[in-house]
Design a protein around this ligand. Structure first.
Ligand code: GDP
Ligand code: IMO
Ligand code: MG
Length: 429
């Protein structure tokens, strides 16, 4: 299985960072293909915790090539800071490469993100405020500025001057913001260019060369299926394509290159930001999951909304990503909770819906239909094989596989790298 895509199956924060780090040991390349520093991927190695936003979660193994692909939007100041922090902590970052084709987040994107949210008022999306949406808007509007432009000071000045004329008008006239000075942004960004230049490469070619040479490539999704611009809970989504197909677009490889797609599934459901969430537990169970699972945003620190596992969402994720398997995380958080509930379908105006609806108006009115399964009491954080999991836990996993229709290939029983059960060996199957 030389090319494996890891994709969030829910609303993000499923534990993609941990699973990427775990699989990265066997991979040669780890590639981020979309999103930006709205992502927060936590990796725990021993007692040390790393919070990664832009750098792929393979960076903690020396000698791996880690790629920020063309589909990512890059805030160069954040990238420089993240790299310096990793280096300060003794991490070898020499394998990092940044795509010439990746689009840049500029200061006005962040101001627009904040201003647009404020203007939405009660209808706000709850964005991370990192300028992600406005940067992708410019990309689609064909006015974006890319990494290759940043490396050419004259080109960068021209494009920035043209954009700033329009952005300053919007910021000052509509939002009462003072606007930005061309020279100040130029000075700041050209300093980043100087620092980032050595990493910049035609990363699509690097990935394709590696695949041709039979190397193992892991594509690390950010966000999740329900935050996907097309397949998610629009408009409460992010502005990129976290689904598996996004790996091809955002890394520069063809769909025929992909051998396996693993959905990272949290053993319950969480979401940050606004929007409908049928299996949300607005009761003591929600508080329990938040506390036990430490469900506070890696990027913004916001408390995550928590609820039961939702098989309707997971069946949607299987279809739109072509999942071949699942990596089930945070199973340890469910220990001691009994009975456990799994949402198997929705009730909408007296009708039973088994498929995830497109209309948010419908989704908002959906009531979850739950199946109850017994839990388990035993501590599972020391389990390293299926046989070491208690019968109740294995039964929960088996029921999930039945409801969703794909196998669980990896089980995470704690945040640390070693707290993992490999059911199937993905890279050498
Ligand atoms: P990501 O955005 O998908 O990479 O997920 P986050 O890193 O934002 O959130 C997942 C959180 O759960 C992180 O703090 C991880 O350290 C932690 N985590 C991951 N897997 C497990 C697990 O199996 N058990 C527990 N208790 N924590 C986990
Ligand atoms: P990782 O990769 C969870 C959510 C925001 C908001 C919506 C739009 O760590 O799983 P944006 O700033 O992208 O325009 O915000 O998407 N969101 C995430 N939620 N995990 C993430 O990333 C997220 N990235 C964005 O909370 O609801
Ligand atoms: Mg996260």
């Amino acid at each position: 299985m030389p090319a494996v895509v890891l994709v969030g199956a829910q609303w993000g924060d499923e534990g993609k960072g941990k699973i990427t780090d775990y699989l990265a040991e066997q991979a040669d390349l780890v590639v981020r293909y979309q999103g930006g520093n709205n992502a927060g991927h936590t990796v725990q190695v021993g007692e040390e915790e790393f919070k990664l936003h832009l750098v792929p979660s393979g960076i903690l193994y020396p000698g791996k090539t880690c790629i920020i692909g063309n589909g990512v939007v890059v805030d160069p100041g954040v990238l420089v800071q993240e790299l310096e922090e990793l280096q300060r902590r003794g991490i070898d970052t020499s394998g990092l490469r940044l795509s010439l084709r990746a689009h840049l987040i500029l200061p006005y994107h962040k101001s627009l993100d904040a201003a647009e949210e404020e203007r939405r008022g009660a209808g706000r999306l709850g964005t991370t405020g990192r300028g992600i949406g406005p940067a992708y808007v410019d990309k689609v509007a064909r006015t974006g500025i890319r990494v290759c432009d940043l490396l050419d000071p004259e080109e960068f000045r021209q494009k920035l001057a043209r954009n700033l004329k329009e952005k300053n008008e919007i910021l000052t006239r509509i939002y009462g913001h003072p606007g930005y000075s061309l020279e100040e942004i130029l000075e700041e960004y050209l300093a980043y260019a100087w620092k980032l230049r050595p990493l910049v490469a035609d990363t699509g070619r690097l990935v394709n060369d590696a695949l041709r040479a039979g190397k193992k490539v892991l594509f690390e999704g950010a966000q999740g299926t329900l935050l996907d611009l097309d397949q998610g809970t629009y408009p409460y989504v992010t502005s990129s394509y976290p689904v598996a197909g996004g790996a091809c677009v955002g890394a520069g490889v063809g769909p025929t290159a992909i051998d396996a797609v693993i959905g990272v599934v949290k053993a319950y459901t969480t979401r940050v930001g606004e929007g409908p969430f049928p299996s949300e537990a607005r009761d003591a169970t929600g508080d329990y999951l938040r506390r036990r699972g430490a469900e506070f945003g890696t990027t913004t620190g916001r408390p995550r909304r928590c609820g039961w596992l939702d098989a309707v969402i997971l069946r949607h994720a299987v279809e739109v990503n072509g999942l071949t398997g699942m990596a089930l995380t945070k199973v340890d958080v469910l220990t001691g909770l009994s009975p456990l509930r799994i949402c198997t379908a929705y009730r909408y105006k007296g009708e039973v819906l088994r498929e995830f609806p497109a209309s948010l108006k419908v989704l908002q009115e959906c009531e979850p239909i739950y199946e109850e399964v017994p839990g388990w009491e035993e501590d599972i954080t020391g389990a390293r094989s299926l046989a070491e999991l208690p019968a109740g836990c294995r039964a929960y996993i088996r029921r999930l596989e039945e409801l969703v229709g794909v196998p669980v290939d990896i089980i995470a029983v704690g945040p640390r790298r070693d707290q993992t059960v490999a059911v199937r060996d993905l890279f050498s199957r």
